[in-house]
Write a protein that binds this ligand. Structure first.
Ligand code: ADP
Ligand code: MG
Length: 326
């Protein structure tokens, strides 16, 4: 069935079930002019929004509807994780082409709701409109963090260490593997199709007093440049200490691409990158999912890559993208 046969109100009714996973914080969910939710006094509120356009940020043609909903939520929740916060509520706006299949829309909402279930987020509202253009999805997530404890980009200190969670570049490898229609590499494909926001590690890192943090949505290079610029510091990272999944190493070998390219410029890993002082670094080093890859130094704001004692560290800028053109 197409959306124009079902109609807006029946569509909203069909997605309005199974939307509340933390009932204590919602007074009114889907169905009124506004949702009404409560928050705790000792918390600051976080809000973030992301829009995805069919053909630009995702593809109805090549991706499963469930995965599209999943990514939309992961991108937003990852922003909350990067502040050290907890996602609580979400509203979804959707602009739908008239001939859109209802099953696919339901699939997208299944992907959205699986995140709601997993993180106890309430889907408390949204908006539905028709469009003569492509399908557009917008999620706005409301989260919370202990008062005055949100981790910003702008507070990295000279002498801090730079750490990351899990591995780097795996989602970009997954996308490349899929573009080549290669078998295997299941972890890489999953990292691209069903990315996981690092909420728990975000909490841990905030509780250890990390000085600055970003989620890696545009590649490590871009995220570190943002921290360096906002904090007015220079960051130097060591090419030899990057954490890679074995899929990344094997695919890099097969394609003749240095894995550092996937890490620096790949994007959409939704891992966390942070800076922290020496004392906490020593303790965090023991954590199996955390790797230290660099330092914050007193030089003009920017990013550079150390390769070996024999070479000058290379200044990293956006030109790295050219490596993906082959
Ligand atoms: P209004 O005219 O007051 O904006 P709507 O008819 O647009 O109300 O929406 C009715 C209810 O359904 C509201 O609670 C709204 O938040 C919710 N809603 C509308 N579209 C969506 C959507 N795409 N996803 C989730 N909730 C939605
Ligand atoms: Mg409306």
């Amino acid at each position: 069935m197409q959306i124009k046969e079902l109609g807006e109100f029946s569509f909203i009714n069909s997605i309005a079930k199974d939307t509340i996973f933390d009932a204590e914080t919602v007074k009114v969910g889907i169905g009124d002019d506004c949702a009404v939710y409560t928050s705790q006094e000792d918390m600051d509120q976080l809000i973030t929004t992301d829009t995805m356009v069919d053909g630009v940020h995702f593809s109805m043609q090549f991706m499963r509807p469930y995965d599209i909903g999943y990514r939309l939520m992961a991108a937003n929740i990852s922003d909350i994780a990067a502040m050290g916060g907890t996602p609580k509520q979400v509203v979804i706006s959707i602009a739908i082409p008239k001939d859109q299949k209802v099953d696919d829309l339901q699939g997208i909402y299944d992907g959205i709701k699986s995140h709601c279930r997993e993180y106890n987020i309430n889907l408390i509202g949204g908006d539905t409109v028709a469009t003569s253009g492509p399908l557009i999805l917008t999620a706005t997530v409301i989260g919370e963090v202990k008062k005055d404890q949100a981790v910003l980009r702008s507070k990295a200190n000279i002498g801090d260490w730079v750490g990351v969670t899990n591995t780097l570049g795996l989602a970009a490898v997954g996308l490349d593997v899929m573009a080549y229609d290669a078998d295997g590499y299941f972890a890489a494909k999953a990292a691209f199709q069903r990315p996981k926001a690092q909420v728990k590690l975000g909490h841990l890192l905030r509780s250890r007093g990390v000085s600055a943090m970003n989620d890696i949505s545009d590649g490590l290079a871009s995220e570190l440049q943002e921290i360096a610029k906002a904090s007015r510091v220079h960051i130097i990272i060591d090419k030899n200490s990057m954490p890679y999944h074995k899929d990344t190493l094997e695919w890099g070998e097969e394609r003749g691409i240095d894995p550092i390219e996937f890490a620096l410029f790949g994007g959409e890993d939704f891992q966390l990158v942070f800076t922290v002082n020496s004392e906490e670094k020593e303790k965090l080093e023991e954590h199996p999912l955390i790797t230290f890859i660099g330092r914050v130094i007193d030089k003009e704001p920017g990013l550079s890559l150390f390769t070996s004692e024999d070479e000058e560290p290379e200044i990293i800028n956006e030109t790295g993208y050219k490596h993906f053109e082959s």
